[in-house]
Design a protein around this ligand. Structure first.
Ligand code: ADP
Length: 476
């Protein structure tokens, strides 16, 4: 690695090795990449106070200047794409090409919100009796905090930090302990672009709970944006309730992928591969359960399994690898248990089992899966595709909505009437129709039910970091 990303990380790693901070490992090799520093609760309090100071100054800057800094940040992320991607692959495991895509995806939010910052309009409201002027202004909420996961260690931070900074907030993030290096690198590029150090800070403690408790209880922190498991999200919402703190939650999913009898099967197979095996199945919008109409069931399975057989599993730095390691041995064990459970309940493997070492796991396709099997109730978060047969639209709609989650869902059909019926009735925040790669900075990302609250990206994304203030001006 070259230039600044490398220098920053060397500094962080050296400083903390002595202080024996959190150990970061490469999931592909088990090799220790280094140690990152941790803060005590008192130090996190200091960070919050600095952030509060910084926010006032940041918000006082002309919007055009703030936009300029964000645009510069975007440009630096793009210029450092190669280094950042390598770092993501080293700490998280995904193939280099996927890491490159993550960097571009993360950068796209910085660019988008640099532009959106200039459109944080208020309104004038016609007064019912004409005796006063009514209007709204939008203001930054203040210090915003975030807790982010390990599966997209750079993009999940960019998607929150960019709208926060664009709105005029300061931002403190606690990245995942398994993948903190990308967070430090992203922050370093922000500083180079001109973001003051107080305005964007990265913190870690020995225990994530400690940081969560401080973020949800400190009066100067006015917002928590969380991406992670539904279990932890609920806990943080409970903690936030005590201080009536604003939250946005991007939590777990249980995405159904439906293939109707009139679908373009080749297109559906490509979509199924993309939505299931991206990041080795470790994404909240990954397809979790496949429902295939009886008339095309055998054809779909034959084509899908032939395509999956071509996916190379291995170290993300190696050429042509499509499926990198899982994040940990524990994650792998949990996924294998789900597969064993489904087989014990009557599911059959389509492809022969292949035992790989370490955190590597080869894709598993299961047929003869029944909707009520346990595997369909869990977010698998791994390269396993359970396939369920269905016979009618009503039946599949009922099964698809039969979950506490509501993040993303996908369906394939060539029937335009069905497209509308299904789109309206699927109880999800996002619907992919004949398309499985749906995330983009210009559209609102977010779920319903236990999958969360709030939107990221799009014109709505910045609202999560702003308050609407109503002004009523009396006329004399
Ligand atoms: P996963 O199981 O995929 O790691 P988690 O929800 O456990 O998902 O983790 C997502 C993020 O939440 C990580 O940054 C993790 O450190 C953090 N986290 C986990 N438990 C807590 C907690 N009790 N309080 C605050 N943050 C937490």
């Amino acid at each position: 690695m070259k230039a600044i990303v490398n220098r920053t990380l060397t500094a962080i790693l050296q400083e903390s090795e002595q202080a024996s901070g959190i150990r970061v490992d490469n999931p592909a090799t088990g090799e220790c990449l280094g140690f990152v520093p941790t803060l005590s609760t008192t130090q996190i309090y200091q960070v919050i106070e600095q952030s509060h100071q910084g926010q006032t100054e940041w918000n006082a800057k002309p919007i055009k200047e703030r936009c300029g800094i964000l645009k510069k940040w975007h440009q630096l992320v793009i210029e450092n794409q190669e280094d950042l991607s390598r770092l993501i692959t080293l700490e998280q495991g995904k193939p280099l090409s996927a890491a490159q895509a993550e960097v571009l995806y993360g950068a796209s939010f910085i660019e988008w919100f640099a532009e959106e910052a200039r459109r944080t309009y208020g309104e004038t409201i016609p007064s019912p009796n004409g005796d006063r002027q009514l209007m709204t202004i939008r203001q930054p909420i203040g210090v915003a905090s975030a807790i982010t996961p390990w599966n997209f260690p750079l993009a999940m931070i960019a998607r929150k930090a960019a709208p926060a900074l664009a709105a005029g907030c300061s931002f403190i993030v606690k990245p995942a302990e398994k993948t903190p290096l990308s967070a430090y690198a992203l922050a370093e590029l922000a500083y180079q672009a001109g973001v003051p150090k107080d305005v964007l800070q990265v913190v870690l403690a020995i225990e994530p709970e400690e940081v969560g408790k401080v973020f949800t209880s400190h009066p100067l922190v006015r917002k928590l944006s969380f991406t992670g498991s539904t279990r932890v999200g609920k806990l943080l919402m409970e903690q936030s309730a005590k201080d009536v703190k604003r939250t946005s939650m991007e939590l777990g999913g249980n995405a159904p992928f439906i293939v109707f009898e009139d679908a373009d099967i080749d297109l559906a197979v490509e979509g199924a591969v993309a939505s299931k095996f991206r990041n080795s199945g470790q994404a909240c919008i990954c397809s979790n359960r496949f429902y295939v109409h009886s008339q095309v069931y055998d054809e779909f399975i034959a084509k899908f399994s032939a395509r999956v057989a071509t996916l190379k599993v291995g170290n993300g730095l190696d050429k042509d690898v499509v499926i990198g390691p899982l994040i940990s041995l524990e994650a792998k064990r949990n996924i294998e248990q789900l597969v064993d459970g489904a087989i014990a309940q009557g599911a059959k493997r389509v492809n022969a089992p292949e035992n790989l070492d370490g955190c590597f796991m080869s894709p598993v396709i299961l047929e003869d899966v029944k909707h009520d099997m346990d595997i369909n109730r869990h977010e698998i978060f791994g390269p396993v595709a359970p396939i369920i047969r269905f016979d009618s639209e009503e039946q599949v709609l009922k099964m698809a909505n039969d979950t506490v989650y509501g993040l993303a869902c996908y369906f394939y059909t060539e029937n335009i009437n069905r497209v509308w019926r299904m789109s309206e009735r699927l109880d999800y925040g996002m619907v992919g129709i004949n398309e499985a790669t749906i995330s983009t900075e210009v559209a609102p990302f977010g779920g319903v039910k236990h999958s969360g609250i709030g939107k990221e990206g799009a014109k709505q994304g910045i609202d999560e970091y702003m308050n609407i203030k109503y002004l009523c001006l009396g006329r004399r």
